[in-house]
Design a protein around this ligand. Sequence first.
Ligand code: CMP
Length: 139
Amino acid sequence: MTERTFSIIKPDATRRNLTGKVNAVIEDAGLRIVAQRRIKMTEAQAKKFYEVHAERPFYGELVEFMTSAPVVVQVLEGDNAVARYREVMGATNPAQAADGTIRKLYAESVGENSVHGSDSAENAKIEIAQFFTDADIVG
Ligand code: CMP
């Protein structure tokens, strides 16, 4: 089933000039980048995006990190894109990520973990809508 997921290449990765390398892993995994934009996330955008984590002890640090440098927001399309991208990213904590995954290759820590990917098709729709309109997405 062809579906879409939302991805963010995070500040730790853009700072190290890894956008192309991350995109190569995504494309080699059979996912298609059908929308992509480099932005500096505002505090309001980051707070809203991570609203579900508002009560977590790391929320403040997470918002500060996500606004600390540019990010690349993306829409990825492919067969079972949500689950496929989660496989390709690897575990949230890079110490537990499998070989060949983006986080194993590039992430620095559980907080500065290079990429975000939606955890469900339903959240993917909500997350995509925060950053893209239908006209931005060319499948
Ligand atoms: P992400 O997939 O973007 O969704 C929530 C983010 O919170 C997660 O990736 C991590 O970057 C961050 N996060 C999760 N657990 C921790 C933690 N223990 N300390 C700091 N940041 C965390």
